[in-house]
Design a protein around this ligand. Structure first.
Ligand code: MG
Length: 159
Protein backbone atom coordinates (compact mmCIF):
# COMPACT_ATOMS: atom_id res chain seq x y z
CA UNK A 1 0.00 0.00 0.00
CA UNK A 2 1.15 3.54 -0.65
CA UNK A 3 -0.20 6.67 0.97
CA UNK A 4 0.74 10.26 0.16
CA UNK A 5 0.82 13.13 2.62
CA UNK A 6 1.34 16.87 2.19
CA UNK A 7 2.69 19.37 4.67
CA UNK A 8 3.04 23.15 4.64
CA UNK A 9 4.46 25.52 7.21
CA UNK A 10 5.40 29.17 7.43
CA UNK A 11 7.31 31.10 10.08
CA UNK A 12 8.15 34.77 10.48
CA UNK A 13 11.72 35.95 10.64
CA UNK A 14 12.77 37.35 14.01
CA UNK A 15 16.01 38.81 15.32
CA UNK A 16 18.01 36.94 17.91
CA UNK A 17 16.69 33.54 16.87
CA UNK A 18 18.57 30.68 15.25
CA UNK A 19 17.70 29.71 11.69
CA UNK A 20 17.37 25.94 11.51
CA UNK A 21 15.96 24.25 8.40
CA UNK A 22 15.70 20.50 8.08
CA UNK A 23 17.75 20.25 11.26
CA UNK A 24 20.63 22.19 9.70
CA UNK A 25 21.82 25.44 11.25
CA UNK A 26 21.87 28.19 8.58
CA UNK A 27 24.04 31.28 8.84
CA UNK A 28 21.73 34.31 8.72
CA UNK A 29 21.13 37.59 10.54
CA UNK A 30 17.56 36.53 11.28
CA UNK A 31 16.09 33.33 12.62
CA UNK A 32 12.51 32.13 12.72
CA UNK A 33 9.94 33.04 15.34
CA UNK A 34 8.16 30.11 16.92
CA UNK A 35 7.49 28.14 20.03
CA UNK A 36 9.88 25.31 19.20
CA UNK A 37 13.08 25.80 17.19
CA UNK A 38 10.69 26.94 14.40
CA UNK A 39 12.17 24.55 11.83
CA UNK A 40 9.56 25.05 9.10
CA UNK A 41 11.00 22.19 7.03
CA UNK A 42 10.70 19.62 9.81
CA UNK A 43 7.22 20.91 10.67
CA UNK A 44 6.12 20.47 7.04
CA UNK A 45 7.67 16.98 6.93
CA UNK A 46 5.93 16.05 10.20
CA UNK A 47 2.58 17.16 8.79
CA UNK A 48 3.24 15.27 5.55
CA UNK A 49 3.81 12.04 7.49
CA UNK A 50 0.75 12.68 9.67
CA UNK A 51 -1.23 13.50 6.54
CA UNK A 52 -0.27 10.21 4.88
CA UNK A 53 -1.54 8.47 8.01
CA UNK A 54 -4.67 10.66 8.12
CA UNK A 55 -3.65 11.18 11.73
CA UNK A 56 -4.30 14.89 12.21
CA UNK A 57 -1.71 17.64 12.27
CA UNK A 58 1.34 18.71 14.24
CA UNK A 59 -0.63 21.21 16.35
CA UNK A 60 -2.78 18.42 17.79
CA UNK A 61 0.24 16.58 19.14
CA UNK A 62 2.52 19.49 19.98
CA UNK A 63 0.41 22.58 20.76
CA UNK A 64 2.13 25.98 20.95
CA UNK A 65 0.43 26.46 24.31
CA UNK A 66 2.42 23.61 25.91
CA UNK A 67 5.59 24.97 27.56
CA UNK A 68 7.09 21.50 27.18
CA UNK A 69 7.81 22.23 23.50
CA UNK A 70 9.40 25.66 24.01
CA UNK A 71 12.65 25.70 22.08
CA UNK A 72 12.21 22.01 21.21
CA UNK A 73 14.34 20.37 18.53
CA UNK A 74 11.74 19.74 15.82
CA UNK A 75 13.31 16.36 15.08
CA UNK A 76 11.24 15.21 18.08
CA UNK A 77 8.07 15.96 16.10
CA UNK A 78 9.26 14.05 13.04
CA UNK A 79 10.26 11.08 15.20
CA UNK A 80 6.83 11.03 16.82
CA UNK A 81 5.12 11.00 13.41
CA UNK A 82 7.46 8.19 12.31
CA UNK A 83 6.58 6.25 15.45
CA UNK A 84 2.89 6.50 14.56
CA UNK A 85 3.77 5.32 11.04
CA UNK A 86 5.76 2.41 12.47
CA UNK A 87 2.82 1.38 14.63
CA UNK A 88 0.87 1.00 11.38
CA UNK A 89 3.78 -0.85 9.78
CA UNK A 90 4.40 2.05 7.40
CA UNK A 91 7.78 3.41 6.44
CA UNK A 92 8.85 6.36 4.33
CA UNK A 93 9.20 5.62 0.62
CA UNK A 94 10.39 9.07 -0.36
CA UNK A 95 10.15 12.67 0.71
CA UNK A 96 10.22 15.84 -1.34
CA UNK A 97 10.62 19.32 0.10
CA UNK A 98 10.39 22.83 -1.33
CA UNK A 99 11.61 25.78 0.72
CA UNK A 100 10.31 29.21 -0.33
CA UNK A 101 12.57 31.98 0.92
CA UNK A 102 13.77 35.28 -0.47
CA UNK A 103 16.73 35.17 1.89
CA UNK A 104 19.10 33.61 2.77
CA UNK A 105 20.44 31.84 -0.29
CA UNK A 106 19.85 28.17 0.49
CA UNK A 107 21.71 26.56 -2.39
CA UNK A 108 24.82 25.86 -0.30
CA UNK A 109 22.70 24.09 2.36
CA UNK A 110 20.44 21.89 0.23
CA UNK A 111 22.71 18.85 0.30
CA UNK A 112 23.24 19.03 4.06
CA UNK A 113 19.47 19.30 4.56
CA UNK A 114 18.92 16.28 2.28
CA UNK A 115 21.43 14.21 4.20
CA UNK A 116 20.01 15.19 7.56
CA UNK A 117 16.43 14.50 6.46
CA UNK A 118 17.45 11.11 5.05
CA UNK A 119 19.06 10.18 8.35
CA UNK A 120 16.04 11.36 10.32
CA UNK A 121 13.57 9.52 8.07
CA UNK A 122 15.67 6.36 7.90
CA UNK A 123 15.93 6.37 4.12
CA UNK A 124 18.70 6.64 1.56
CA UNK A 125 19.60 10.17 0.53
CA UNK A 126 18.39 9.30 -2.99
CA UNK A 127 14.86 9.16 -1.54
CA UNK A 128 14.94 12.77 -0.36
CA UNK A 129 14.57 15.82 -2.58
CA UNK A 130 15.23 19.33 -1.29
CA UNK A 131 14.52 22.31 -3.49
CA UNK A 132 14.74 26.02 -2.77
CA UNK A 133 13.00 28.85 -4.56
CA UNK A 134 12.23 32.52 -3.97
CA UNK A 135 8.82 34.14 -4.12
CA UNK A 136 10.02 36.55 -6.84
CA UNK A 137 9.62 39.49 -4.46
CA UNK A 138 5.88 38.94 -4.19
CA UNK A 139 3.93 39.15 -0.95
CA UNK A 140 5.14 38.65 2.62
CA UNK A 141 7.72 36.02 1.75
CA UNK A 142 8.88 38.19 -1.12
CA UNK A 143 9.42 41.00 1.40
CA UNK A 144 11.52 38.59 3.51
CA UNK A 145 9.08 38.73 6.42
CA UNK A 146 9.38 34.98 6.78
CA UNK A 147 9.79 31.77 4.88
CA UNK A 148 7.69 28.73 4.04
CA UNK A 149 8.26 25.05 3.45
CA UNK A 150 6.22 22.40 1.67
CA UNK A 151 6.73 18.67 1.93
CA UNK A 152 5.30 15.57 0.32
CA UNK A 153 5.88 12.13 1.79
CA UNK A 154 4.94 8.71 0.47
CA UNK A 155 4.49 6.01 3.09
CA UNK A 156 4.68 2.41 1.99
CA UNK A 157 3.59 -0.81 3.67
CA UNK A 158 0.95 -0.51 6.30
CA UNK A 159 -2.22 -2.28 7.16
MG1 MG B 1 5.70 25.51 12.37
Amino acid sequence: MQRIGLGYDVHRFAPGRPLVLGGVKIEHDWGLEGHSDADAVLHAVTDAILGALAAGDIGEYFPDSDPKWAGADSAVFVRHALKLAGERRCRVGNCDVTIIAETPLLGPYKQAIRENLAKLLGVDVSAVGVKATTNEGLGSIGRSEGLAAMAAVILTGGR
